[in-house]
Design a protein around this ligand. Structure first.
Ligand code: NAD
Length: 250
């Protein structure tokens, strides 16, 4: 149902963004990929999805402008690229703060401001922001990430209001722990540093606040993104969809 629609998914060379790109592609959308990674792996993804690709570093507004100009009109904008840094506030590297705010929050302002004129003209559009359970709750040592994710939840609402009469919706998706290579890669180190088994790390550390004790699957996030593009979702805007195994119900 998305053939003829162009979808730009930021941070789509890995994890959640990749799953969202694949899910939108499966519905027929033309995909623009973005993110870092191994050149041959990215080429294989482009071939798999018949996608184009931008390697823009989204912490750089000029690179975002070049990416958006090259992409042309974007019907579906998925702001997903993000990164994390964990440190007490008094030790938090200021460069890390700036980079996380730039990537996890400011980049979405730039892509949105550049995508909106076309969406308004087309009379249809979908903006989907990957937020986080940390867009409504906090954890210690994640000051920049939590601040940026709360920020993107607010930006999503403003976009929803400004675009409400243009058939353009803006929504956030807020996962808790999603099983991505990033999360899987933390397990061996945590086993070593805390002297725990793999299962203990999964249940007692990673899934401690996730009542279902199950990771969210990237494909589940992809399926929700597809739903938000459907006509049935035309009146869903300004929402922040938790997909978190009950994390934020606590
Ligand atoms: P990931 O590390 O697997 O993917 C991140 C993507 O962003 C990659 O494609 C990477 O190349 C790209 N990227 C990184 N820096 C970039 C930059 N400067 N410019 C352009 N692209 C850049 O991570 P993920 O787990 O798939 O996370 C994706 C999004 O989901 C992030 O916004 C993250 O905060 C959010 N999220 C993840 C989880 C989780 O448990 N994995 C939970 C909640 C929210």
């Amino acid at each position: 149902f998305l053939s003829g629609k162009r979808a730009l998914v930021t941070g789509s060379t890995s994890g959640i963004g990749l799953a969202i790109a694949r899910a939108l592609r499966a519905e027929g959308a033309d995909i623009v990929l973005n993110g870092f990674g191994d050149e041959s792996e990215i080429a294989a993804l482009c071939e798999e999805m018949e996608a184009s690709y931008s390697g823009a570093d989204l912490t750089d507004p000029a690179a975002i402008e070049a990416m958006m100009a090259a992409a042309g009109g974007v019907d579906i904008l998925v702001n997903n690229a993000g990164m994390q840094h964990v440190a007490p506030v008094e030790e938090f590297p200021t460069a890390k703060w700036d980079a996380i705010i730039a990537l996890n929050l400011t980049a979405a302002f730039h892509t949105a401001r550049l995508a909106v004129p076309y969406m308004k003209k087309a009379g249809w559009g979908r903006i989907i922001n990957t937020a986080s359970a940390h867009s409504t709750t906090a954890s210690p040592f994640k000051s920049a990430y939590v601040a940026a994710k709360h920020g993107i939840a607010g930006l999503t609402k403003v976009l929803a209001l400004e675009l409400a009469e243009h058939n353009v919706t803006a929504n956030a998706i807020s996962p808790a722990y999603v099983w991505t290579p990033l999360v899987e890669g933390q397990i061996p180190d945590t086993m070593k540093s805390r002297g725990l088994t793999r299962q203990q790390v999964i249940n007692d550390v990673l899934l401690e606040r996730q009542p279902t004790k199950k990771f969210v699957k990237p494909e589940d996030v992809g399926a929700l993104a597809v739903f938000l593009c459907r006509d049935a979702a035309q009146n869903i805007t300004g929402a922040n969809y938790e997909i978190d195994g009950g994390w934020t119900a606590q």
